[in-house]
Design a protein around this ligand. Structure first.
Ligand SMILES: N[C@@H](Cc1ccccc1)C(=O)O
Length: 492
C-alpha cells in the first residue's frame, strides 16, 4: 500500500506538481513545483526509485548551420549564385573576376553534379535546368535555430551529404521527461500532506526548544548504504611480512642489496660457468653498464673457475673472462646478495635472509612473471650440516602453515648436496617451492669462508598463490582495486 510516510517535502511537492502536469520536462516541472531544476530532478529521481514517477531519458538529434551554412542560407549556395548570374556560356576566368575564386572552385563541381551546367574547354555552359534542390530547401528551413530531422523534413542521406559538405553540424542532446505513474497518482488521491521536515537538529533549535514543534524526517532504512572499503595491507605484502617475521623470530638478520649486480656476484662467485645456459640472453636481463671487480676476490674466483684453485676441485677448465664477469645484469636471484654478504662477513655465526625481488626474462603467463620475489637465506657456522638445513626449512614451512614438507634431490652449480623443498597442498599434491643446499667448496673457498654454509632461495609468489588460493599469479602484481576491495582473500 502506497504511503507518503517516507517522502521528503520536495518529493511531495514534485509529486503534486506532476499530478497536474502528468508529463513534463525538467524546466516545466521545476517551475510548477516552485523549486530549482536540480532540486526538482533530484526529487523526481527519488520518486522514480520508488515507482511513483518515471524519469525518461532520450537522445534527440538536432542539426544546426555552420558559419558556412549560414552564409549560404543568406546568399545562396555557390552553384546557385553562379548559375543565377549567367544566361549563357562563360569562361572560368570571367567568373573568377566577378566571384571569390574559392566560390567558383566549389561551385563548378556542384554545377556538374547537379547537372545545372556542363564544363567545356574552360567554359561553363548552363543546361537551362536549375530547379531548387532539397539541400537548398533544407537550408531555408533553419531560420537560425537547431532543428530536428522532422522539422527539416529531410532524409538522413541528405543530411549526411550536407554534413560532409560542412554546411551543418549534428548535435545529440539528452532530454529528460518526468511523468507520474498510476501508483503516484493513487498516492496523491489518498492525500498528501506537505509540511516542513528537518533532517538535522541545530543547537539553536535545542536552545530555544523549537525542536519540539518540528517534524523529523524519518530514516529510510531500506536504502542501501554506500560501501566503505577500509584501508588495508595488500595480501601479498601481508604474506611477505609474515615470512620476514618468521625469520626475524628465528634470529636471522635481514639484508638488502642492489637490483643491478655484476655478473661476478650474480654468477661467477657462485661457481656458475661462464657458458652456463642461465647466463644466456633469453634468461637474463643484461645491462650495458659494468662494475669493477672486487680485487680481493677476483683472482681466487678466476683460479677456481679455471683449475680449482688451491682445492682438489678441477674447476670448469678453459679461460675465465674478467670482461664477462664485470658486465651488469638485473639480479636473477637474491643469492647474489647472500653470497656477497657472506664474503663481507666471513666470521661465524652468520644467519641472514633477504626477501626481495629478482628478475628473469620469463614470458608472462599465470605462473610466471619477469619480476618475482625470492626468500633467500644462509646459515654459516661451525658444524652446520645438511640435516640442519632441512630442519630449518621444515620449521619455516610449518610456521607458514604447511604440515607436510619433503625434499627432492636438485641441482645447482653452487650447492652440494642440493634439494628442492616441496609442500603438500590438498587438491594440488606436492608443490615445488624453490631450491636449497650446502654451498660447495668452489664457492666458499675463494671468498675466504671457512665453515659450512646452508643456503636456500624460495619462491615467494608461489607460496602466496598457495596461501591465497590463486590460480593466476599476475593478480598479485596488478593493483586491481576491485579485486583488492572485494576478493575474500583480501578481506583480512
Ligand atoms: N638461487 C636458486 C635457489 C637456491 C638458492 C640457494 C641455494 C640453492 C638454490 C634459484 O634461484 O632458483
Amino acid at each position: 500500500m502506497a504511503s507518503d510516510y517516507n517522502l521528503t517535502p520536495n518529493e511531495k511537492n514534485v509529486l503534486l506538481a506532476l499530478e497536474e502536469l502528468k508529463n513534463a520536462n525538467p524546466d516545466e516541472l521545476a517551475q510548477k513545483a516552485g523549486m530549482k531544476v536540480e532540486t526538482a530532478m533530484q526529487a523526481a529521481f527519488l520518486l522514480d526509485e520508488n515507482g511513483l514517477a518515471r524519469v525518461d531519458e532520450k537522445v534527440i538529434e538536432t542539426y544546426g548551420l555552420t558559419d558556412e551554412g549560414k552564409k549560404y542560407a543568406d546568399e545562396g549556395l555557390p552553384e546557385r549564385q553562379i548559375i543565377n548570374s549567367i544566361s549563357g556560356p562563360v569562361s572560368m576566368d570571367e567568373l573568377k573576376d566577378k566571384f571569390n575564386p574559392a566560390v567558383v572552385g566549389i561551385a563548378t563541381g556542384w554545377l556538374r553534379r547537379k547537372a545545372w551546367a556542363t564544363i567545356e574547354k574552360g567554359m561553363i555552359v548552363p543546361t537551362g535546368n536549375a530547379d531548387s534542390g532539397d539541400d537548398e530547401k533544407v537550408l531555408d528551413k533553419f531560420g537560425g535555430q537547431e532543428r530536428t530531422l522532422e522539422e527539416l523534413d529531410a532524409s538522413p542521406a541528405l543530411m549526411k551529404d550536407m554534413l560532409k559538405r560542412k554546411l551543418v553540424t549534428k548535435n545529440e542532446d539528452k532530454h529528460r521527461s518526468v511523468s507520474i505513474t498510476s501508483e503516484g497518482s493513487e498516492l496523491v488521491a489518498a492525500g498528501i500532506e506537505v509540511e516542513e521536515e528537518i533532517a538535522q537538529i541545530t543547537s539553536e533549535m535545542l536552545k530555544s526548544g523549537q525542536w519540539k514543534n518540528k517534524k523529523f524526517r524519518a530514516y529510510n532504512i531500506q536504502t542501501p548504504p554506500r560501501q566503505i572499503y577500509g584501508a588495508k595491507v595488500h595480501p601479498y605484502q601481508r604474506l611477505i611480512d609474515q615470512m620476514r617475521r618468521i625469520f626475524l623470530d628465528m634470529g636471522f638478520t635481514e639484508i638488502k642489496g642492489e637490483i643491478v649486480q655484476s655478473s661476478f656476484w650474480n654468477f661467477d662467485s657462485l661457481f656458475q660457468p661462464q657458458d652456463h645456459p642461465a647466463r644466456e640472453m633469453q634468461d637474463t636481463f643484461h645491462l650495458s653498464s659494468r662494475s669493477e671487480l672486487p680485487p680481493e676476490y677476483k683472482d681466487q674466483v678466476c683460479a677456481m673457475h679455471e683449475h680449482g684453485g688451491d682445492t682438489e676441485s678441477t674447476g670448469w677448465g678453459g679461460k675465465w673472462s674478467e670482461e664477462i664477469a664485470c658486465k651488469n645484469v638485473l639480479r636473477t636471484h637474491t643469492t647474489a646478495l647472500t653470497i656477497k654478504y657472506l664474503a663481507d662477513n666471513p666470521e661465524p655465526p652468520v644467519k641472514a635472509f633477504s626477501i626481495d625481488r629478482a628478475y628473469r626474462r620469463e614470458t608472462i603467463d599465470p605462473t610466471h612473471t619477469p619480476e618475482f620475489e625470492q626468500l633467500e637465506g644462509v646459515v654459516m657456522d661451525k658444524d652446520m650440516s645438511f640435516a640442519n638445513l632441512l630442519g630449518c626449512l621444515k620449521e619455516f614451512y610449518h610456521r607458514m602453515g604447511f604440515e607436510d614438507v619433503r625434499f627432492r634431490p636438485g641441482y645447482f652449480p653452487y650447492t652440494e648436496p642440493s634439494v628442492e623443498p616441496e609442500v603438500y597442498v590438498d587438491g594440488l599434491g606436492w608443490v615445488e617451492l624453490g631450491g636449497a643446499g650446502v654451498f660447495r667448496k668452489e664457492v666458499t673457498d675463494p671468498l675466504g669462508i671457512k665453515y659450512p654454509v646452508l643456503a636456500w632461495g624460495l619462491g615467494v609468489s608461489r607460496l602466496a598463490m598457495l596461501k591465497l588460493g590463486l590460480k593466476d599469479l599476475r593478480l598479485l602484481y596488478q593493483s586491481d582495486i576491485d579485486w583488492l576491495r572485494k576478493s575474500p582473500v583480501c578481506q583480512l
